[in-house]
Design a protein around this ligand. Structure first.
Ligand code: HEM
Length: 228
């Protein structure tokens, strides 16, 4: 649905979800993601995604620090959501102590972080678009991903090790958190034009995320458990 087709009385959070949902589906139905959900990838297939996440969240969360004092952006900075530390722990568990020397951003991740550097540090709407796209996803589909990973690798990921990224110990009720987050989106006094800009940026956020997943899946056979 185009933004124009959304009724003027619709809430911003609803418009944001509706307009971006086609792109959500594209991210969800990448070959790589579907293989992961289906338990078809080996652990290195998962580890490589964690590494890409790391580079993205470092920048997203640098932006969060830059936004902390902003009247609008600061409302969307939640310490309970910050993921960098969890990603560091996961990478140490999955790769070992020298993980920093053994990971690199892929081309799509470089594009993703360049985009965030462009729009998330000085423009609250840009920060909101990118943080919404990642964190609400982590609290939603992320939980489906975690369940499928724990099913596929019960020993390697026992006790939440390697999947700390998907655990939000300070958030008791994910559903309630998402409801409050959407309410917050709806209370920002943005003009229609600004709302549209934020939606457009969320679409870009989905597209760069999908590119990262597509690049991970470009040579999927290297990760497939069953090579036959
Ligand atoms: C394994 C793949 C995925 C599955 C199964 C999945 C599933 C879901 C589901 C069921 C919801 C609805 C939850 C609700 O209404 O509370 C949701 C919401 C969401 N997902 Fe995903 N998702 C996946 C991947 C992704 C990815 C890769 C991203 C971002 C790059 C993402 C971003 C979001 C966002 C932002 C929302 C919140 C939408 C809103 O309520 O405004 N998801 N996801």
């Amino acid at each position: 649905m185009s933004a124009e087709a959304i009724s003027a009385s619709a809430k911003f959070s609803e418009a944001l979800k509706t307009v971006t949902w086609d792109d959500h589906e594209k991210a969800e139905y990448t070959e790589y993601m579907q293989a992961m959900l289906g338990g078809k990838l080996d652990i290195s297939g998962y580890t490589d995604m964690v590494a890409q996440h790391y580079f993205a969240y470092v920048v997203l969360e640098e932006a969060a620090e830059a936004m902390r004092g902003d009247a609008v952006g600061g409302k969307f900075v939640f310490d309970s959501l910050l993921r960098t530390k969890a990603l560091e722990e996961d990478l140490e568990h999955l790769i070992g102590e020298d993980w920093r020397d053994r990971i690199a951003p892929n081309e799509a991740t470089k594009e993703y972080v360049a985009r965030m550097r462009e729009v998330c540090f000085d423009w609250p709407g840009g920060y909101v678009a990118h943080s919404y796209t990642r964190y609400l996803g982590d609290l939603s589909g992320g939980q489906v991903i975690r369940a499928s990973l724990e099913r596929a690798f019960p020993e390697q990921l026992a006790g939440g090790k390697g999947v700390a990224f998907y655990l939000f110990p300070e958030i008791e009720d994910f559903k309630a958190f998402k409801v409050d987050y959407r309410l917050l989106l709806d209370t920002v006094a943005w003009s229609d034009e600004e709302q549209q800009k934020v939606i457009d940026e969320a679409l870009i956020a989905y597209r760069v995320n999908t590119k990262v997943l597509a690049e991970l899946g470009r040579d999927l056979s290297r990760y497939l458990l069953d090579h036959s």
